[in-house]
Design a protein around this ligand. Structure first.
Ligand SMILES: Cc1cc2ncn([C@H]3O[C@H](COP(=O)(O)O)[C@@H](O)[C@H]3O)c2cc1C
Ligand SMILES: O=C(O)c1cccnc1
Length: 351
């Protein structure tokens, strides 16, 4: 609890003066006012986060949290549980989608075993296992409250260490077969929306498995009765270890005023938990893409965040978030490198 408390103590507000200065500068650059749309809003947000109008990013990092899910035993995924450790090995060997996109963006990958059911032996893996997979949420809580806090703190510390080593732009990623089920359960607990509206097909399940998934979430809510006023309770009852870790990465980045780019459904479930623990953490979040999972759009609306990329992606791992790094860097370059009307000798608007 001490680490989490320390993180929460340092989360602040956006710097309004810097944001105002950024907006003024953007309005003086050689373009009609506001014509770069969301790119301008992003430049303003970056100023609010860092307190500086000009920002550049030297070290981009995606932190992937991996964990297993007892609820996978209910037949809620199209893939078997062993894919979780197998994909962890794939991340460490460079063959996954996230590896390709991270290389493309010049980002480094940190992969954390926060709760994989089996042990992966690889020198590149950060082993910070809180528990060997969650318990089945359709039958009881995923984990204890203490384990949920410990998993959040693993995320906080991983973010802090990465920032200490120079990371100045962080993206969140996940791996865990079955994890769209707890992510949807978290959303149901906070939104109260009908499950049929927010539960999707994850890895691509058929109608039969979709019914099993809906039943598992219904049971998870009935058995555990998560209280939306108690976000750590929601996480412990119907969440996941990697979701807790992602919430921690977000709180850790926010406490150090480092922008954190949120990926798809699972990462945004972590973001929802972080936002309920401390709403000021939303100030430091940047939404990347909108996933094909129907619940993702609802989560982003609850957070009041607008996604930038609409690519029909539904993979997780941090893929959408890493793609958005390019847009974050572009926004930072626009405000820094464009000429003002005065510098370029271009006439300003007439009215
Ligand atoms: C090969 C493979 C690679 C993945 N990378 C991310 N996921 C994604 O799919 C899983 C969630 O979907 P569900 O709830 O339906 O199991 C998570 O592991 C998520 O990271 C993958 C899934 C598979 C099969
Ligand atoms: O939106 C996501 O992140 C997602 C969707 C389906 C499966 N895995 C991840």
């Amino acid at each position: 609890m001490e680490i989490l408390e320390r993180a929460l103590k340092s989360i602040g507000e956006l710097d309004n003066t810097a944001m105002q200065r950024a907006r003024e500068r953007l309005d003086n650059l050689t373009k009609p006012k506001g014509s770069l749309g969301a790119l301008e809003d992003l430049a303003v947000k970056l100023a609010g986060i860092s307190g500086k109008v000009f920002n550049d990013f030297r070290k981009k990092t995606v932190i992937i949290m991996a964990g297993d899910h007892g609820v996978a035993d209910e037949g809620v995924s199209a893939y078997p549980k062993e894919v979780t450790p197998q994909m962890v090995v794939n991340f460490l060997s460079g063959g996954a989608a996230i590896n390709v996109l991270a290389r493309h963006e010049g980002a480094e990958i940190i992969c954390v075993d926060i709760g994989v059911a089996s042990d992966v032996d690889h020198p590149g893996l950060l082993v910070r296992k809180v528990k060997k997979g969650t318990d089945n949420i359709a039958k009881g809580p995923a984990m204890s409250r203490e384990e949920a806090i410990k998993a959040i703190e693993v995320g906080v510390v991983t973010a802090w260490e990465s920032i200490d080593k120079g990371s100045d732009l962080i993206a969140t990623g996940d791996m865990g077969i079955g994890n769209t089920t707890p992510s949807s359960a978290i959303l149901a607990a906070f939104s109260g929306k009908p499950l049929e509206e927010i539960v999707g097909r994850g890895t691509g399940i058929d109608d039969l498995r979709l019914q099993k998934k809906l039943n598992a979430i219904r049971k998870a809510l009935e058995v555990n009765k998560p209280d939306p006023e108690d976000p750590i309770g929601v996480l412990a009852k119907v969440g996941g270890l990697e979701i807790a870790g992602i919430a921690g990465v977000i709180l850790g980045a926010a406490s150090r005023r480092v922008p954190v780019i949120i990926d798809g459904l699972i990462s945004t479930a972590g973001a929802l938990i972080a936002s309920k623990i401390d709403p000021r953490s939303i100030n430091f979040m940047i939404a990347s893409h909108v996933s094909e999972e129907p619940g993702h759009k609802v989560m982003l609306e609850l957070l009041g965040l607008k996604p930038m990329i609409f690519m029909r992606m539904r993979l997780g791992e941090g893929t959408g978030a890493v793609l958005a790094m390019n847009l974050v860097e572009a926004a930072a370059k626009i405000i820094k490198e464009m000429a003002t009307f005065e510098e370029a000798g271009v006439s300003k608007e007439e009215i």
